[in-house]
Ligand binder design. Structure first.
Ligand SMILES: [Ca+2]
Length: 427
């Protein structure tokens, strides 16, 4: 403003002098009108008086400058200064609002103390408190469980429903929680009824269905599974096996495909037990094969029918890789684990794909089996395998169907899935 005044001062002073001294061309023309020798009319004289000052001028540095231009420039500059001043004050006002915003985020310090994050970063964004609040949940969870974080255990959904084991080599294993409960173990159909209902017309050789194949599914009786446990939602895949064991038993064997997500084949009972031992050591959990009772209980998932999807074999193809949709389609190998629909408890391929080793020794009858948490006979020659395989007919894929093999035997159809005991240490 001082600079502006210094610049326009000469012009303003000349204008003031002109108005008070009847300078020719200035406001003094009012005087000239009254003495107009030419006798102009008063109206014309007043018009001249009103317009004459606008035609006046001042001199600056020896030059004549029109007063009108000076006034217009002066007004323009003043206007610009007012606008600039307004904008500047507005900006200051905006800045002045900052304390208000800070006041909104003033809640942060308490949370900052909990997280140890820099206050400046939190004040910079109004979203920060929410993020911090979310972060604060983690310590609460740890405090609630009282367990130290385990690198090998993470939950993928609700902690009490699923468990995921990190196997290394970017491989994981998802397991579903199987609740404790009671169920009827064994077939609702007699051996003869099974043979009659699932007989294959024109079948010969290994496909012949005889009643003698199914007598060991009896007597049907109630079994109690006293503790919940986690069970692999799929059979052990090739990638999972390699991550834990570092080997590929199926490699260069017939009736296999070397693909990471395919069920691992050519696994003996002894090999499966070694896998469980190594995975237990790796994760700190009790990883083992399911008992035969646990396997059938999980396979049925509350059902009493031949398959967990009902009694109709024509529906089996939606839930199982079995002879009808693999072998007979010239796909004579174990397929991708989990490619079909799961049962009611989220378990895939309990029917078909690969046989699944169970922990028990085989006994040819349930007559002497325990009712509570049965684990099979104390000794034997063969281990139980369940569920049928990719080359099995429907009768051999039933929930009640039992098979047994020597613990060191290998086949393209032999695989397994594991269970993890849900005792302390799991969620
Ligand atoms: Ca299976």
């Amino acid at each position: 403003m001082l600079l502006l005044f210094h610049f326009f001062a000469p012009f303003l002073m000349q204008l003031l002098q002109a108005s008070v001294s009847c300078h020719p061309g200035g406001l003094s023309t009012t005087c000239a009108v009254t003495a107009d020798p030419m006798g102009k009319s008063l109206t014309a004289a007043r018009r001249q008086v009103e317009w004459e000052p606008l035609k006046s001028s001042v001199s600056w540095k020896g030059k004549t400058v029109n007063n009108t231009k000076i006034i217009l420039v002066f007004c323009l500059v003043l206007s610009l200064l007012f606008v600039a001043g307004y904008l500047a004050s507005d900006r200051n006002a905006t800045t002045d609002k900052a304390p208000g915003r800070n006041a909104t985020t003033d809640k942060a310090p308490g949370r900052i103390a909990a997280t140890g994050k820099a206050p400046g970063r939190i004040a910079a964004t109004s979203k920060a408190p929410g993020r911090i609040a979310a972060t604060n949940k983690a310590p609460d969870r740890i405090a609630a469980t009282g367990k130290a974080p385990d690198r090998n255990v993470t939950t993928t959904r609700a902690p009490d429903k699923y468990l995921t084991l990190n196997l290394g080599r970017k491989a994981t294993m998802k397991l579903a929680l199987i609740p404790a409960g009671k169920f009827m173990m064994g077939s609702t159909l007699s051996a003869e009824e099974v043979a009659g209902r699932f007989a294959l017309s024109g079948a010969a050789g290994i496909l012949q269905i005889t009643a003698g194949d199914f007598t060991d599914e009896h007597p049907r009786r109630q079994v109690t599974i006293g503790k919940p446990f986690y069970m692999g939602v799929t059979e052990v895949t090739q990638a999972q096996w390699k991550a834990v064991k570092g080997s590929s038993p199926w490699a260069r064997q017939s009736y296999t495909r070397d693909k990471a997500d395919h069920a691992a084949g050519y696994i003996s009972w002894n090999d499966a037990m070694m896998f469980c031992k190594m995975l237990s050591k790796k994760t700190g959990h009790t990883v083992r094969l399911p008992t035969e009772a646990e396997w059938e209980y999980a396979c049925r998932a509350g059902t009493t029918t031949a398959f967990s999807c009902g009694d109709d074999p024509s529906k089996l193809g939606d839930y199982a890789q079995y002879r009808g949709n693999t072998y007979e389609n010239k796909e004579k190998y174990a397929h991708s684990a989990g490619a079909k629909q799961p049962n009611a408890w989220g378990l895939y391929d309990m029917h078909g794909n690969v046989y699944e080793w169970c922990a028990d020794w085989y006994a040819d009858s349930y007559a002497n089996a325990d009712a509570l948490g049965p684990t099979g006979p104390p000794a034997g020659k063969e281990r139980v395998a369940r569920g049928g395989s990719w080359r099995s007919v429907p009768a051999h894929c039933r929930a009640a169907r039992r098979t047994r093999f020597s613990p060191d035997s290998l086949s393209a159809t032999f695989g397994f899935r594991v269970v993890v005991e849900s005792a302390a240490g799991v969620d």
